[in-house]
Each structure stands twice: as C-alpha cells, then as structure tokens.
Design a protein around this ligand. Structure first.
Ligand code: CA
Length: 315
C-alpha cells in the first residue's frame, strides 16, 4: 500500500506511526532512484565490448586491442540468441520503433492490441509491449535514451545491415518503464515493475538504476523473482565507492539471483567511476564509451555501470 503523508507531517514519525499499527508488517519511505549512466561521451564509437579489434574508429584514432566479452565465438557456432528468451529492461522505456530493435521487442501474444480489453486478464489493459509504471499506461516506449541504450546492448538486431548489434541477434526485450524522461523514478514503481516482470515469466531482468535506502518491500519482490527462477542483474553504481562498505541498492540485496555489475574499460581495467567490492560486486563488464541505440532511431556512446549491466543480462 502506498500512503501519501501531508506536508506538515514528519516522515520518520509517520513511518513510526504506521509501523505501530498491528495490521502493518513494516513501513518504509518511497525512495527516489535514478538511471546509472554517466554524461554523454561521443568520442569513441566502436563496439569494443562486443568485439575489441583495436582498429581505427571513425575519427581516425587507433585503439588498442584488448578485452571483450568473447561472444563472437558463440555467434560463429550459430548461437545468436532466441526470441523465446525474454529479457525485461526495467528503465526509462525502450524505443519500440528503432530500426535496430523493432523485431526484438517483446510481443504479448495474449493481448489483442488497442481493444481496451485486458485480454490475458493480468490486470493490465493492452500491455502488448510491457508497461509504463511511471505513467500507469501501456506506452513503454522511451522518452529519455537510457533504456533504449541498454536494450541495444542486450539485443540490437544482428545481421540486418543496420547500425549496431547486441549480445543477442535475436531476443525478446520487454520494455518496462518506471524512470521518467528525467531518468528518475521511485522505489514503489520499481517494485511494481519487478512484480510485473515476474508475473509475465521473463527469464532475466536488467536493472541499470539505483539509489535510496534498503527497502524490505523491494527485497521481497526480488526474492519472488528468485523463487520464479529469474536472474536479477543490477548496476553496481557510479560513485567510485566500495559496495562492501557503502551499500548501493538494488545491487546490494543479499538474494541469490542478484548479479551486481561493475564497469571496466577496453583494457579490462575497472572504470574510474565504477563501484567495486570483493563480496558485493560479482563481475565487471564493458561500461566505458559503449556505443548503442538511442530513441528516434539514433545511436550514441554512453559510459556507466548502466552500460555494463546489459552486457551481463545479454550474456
Ligand atoms: Ca493484459
């Protein structure tokens, strides 16, 4: 249950008051969380995280061959993904119409588009391509760029002669929007997003966002996803800090399906902005100057543990 307190009430005393009610299990604040991309950095434009050739980029600058995720060996073996695998991108939405994404956007086959009926009776009317929990409507397309960028790393269409390629050439990306056009959202909307993805039986949730304090309600949602066999991949954060000492949520929840992802550069070195932690951070992935899709059919280069996370979700 969400409760809005009045302006003259103190948050701490309101929480204490609710928590003292016998019918209330726990009460906690609805935190503000944010997308975890760094400012736009458009100088290097190669997909080094996918295949690190070290060849000259469009500006003529010669890079150094280095680390990548090694997925091209799988591609050569014919393993280029499957539409049967559903990855929820819980973010600012995903551009449905992007020419490099449109065939890999999840389609809810139980729903007849735009008939104003909840055909599959899951509580959401016309949820053909995920849901928008920020606006409480069916439009889960992207009005920011961040979610579309993450989606392109997971599954920009492969071998289509256009733009970039994701870890998967073929996959079903379910756009779940809870971050607004400013890139921020609330814990309560994040919980609804996670619960929806669990209900819809996705295989992986990709979470390039974080902030706020520990939430018992969110932990329970992640546990329910775990019980359903769903992987919960989360950005470790961009504060250059140690998550073993200073927790970042949701990456720090101590639930078995959580994979916390740091960002590395194209030499396999931890990015200067990336959080770390021997215990609480599990893996590093490409997150510096990553090229991917953005809204309005575009492409751009972003950095952040936000960009590392979809590499892991994609794998
Ligand atoms: Ca429905």
């Amino acid at each position: 249950y969400r409760v809005k307190i009045s302006d003259d009430q103190m948050l701490a005393s309101a929480i204490e008051g609710f928590a003292s009610e016998p019918s209330v299990e726990f009460a906690e604040p609805n935190y503000i969380v944010t997308a975890m991309a760094m400012p736009n950095d458009p100088d290097l434009t190669r997909l080094w995280g996918i295949k690190n050739t070290g060849q000259a980029d469009s500006s003529g600058k010669v890079g150094t061959a280095g680390m990548d995720i090694g997925v091209d060996a799988l591609w050569e073996a014919g393993q280029t993904g499957s539409k049967d695998v559903v990855v929820a991108v819980i973010d600012t939405g995903v551009s449905w119409a992007h020419p490099d994404l449109k065939d890999n956007i999840y389609v809810n086959k139980g729903e007849i588009p735009n008939n104003n009926v909840d055909d599959d009776k899951n509580g959401f009317v016309d949820d053909v391509h995920g849901w928008n929990f920020a606006g409480d409507n069916k439009n889960s397309s992207d009005d920011h760029d961040h979610g579309t960028h993450c989606a392109g790393t997971i599954g920009a269409m492969g071998n289509n002669g256009v733009g970039v390629v994701g870890v998967n050439w073929n996959v079903s990306i379910m756009p779940i929007k809870f971050l607004t056009a400013s890139g921020s959202g609330t814990t309560a909307d994040a919980i609804e997003s996670i619960n929806y993805a669990t209900k819809m039986k996705v295989h992986v949730m990709s979470n390039s966002w974080g902030g706020g304090g520990e939430s018992q309600a969110m932990k329970q949602s992640i546990q329910a996803a775990r019980d359903a066999g769903i992987l919960f991949v989360a950005a470790a954060g961009n504060d250059s800090s140690n998550n073993d000492r200073t927790p970042t949520y949701p990456a720090n929840y101590d639930v078995e399906n959580v994979v916390s992802v740091a960002a590395m550069d194209n030499q396999g070195v931890l990015a200067s902005f990336s959080n770390y932690g021997v215990t609480k951070v599990h893996v590093a992935a490409p997150g510096v100057r990553v090229l991917s899709t953005v809204k309005s059919g575009g492409y751009d280069t972003f950095s952040g543990t936000s960009m590392a996370t979809p590499h892991v979700a994609g794998v």
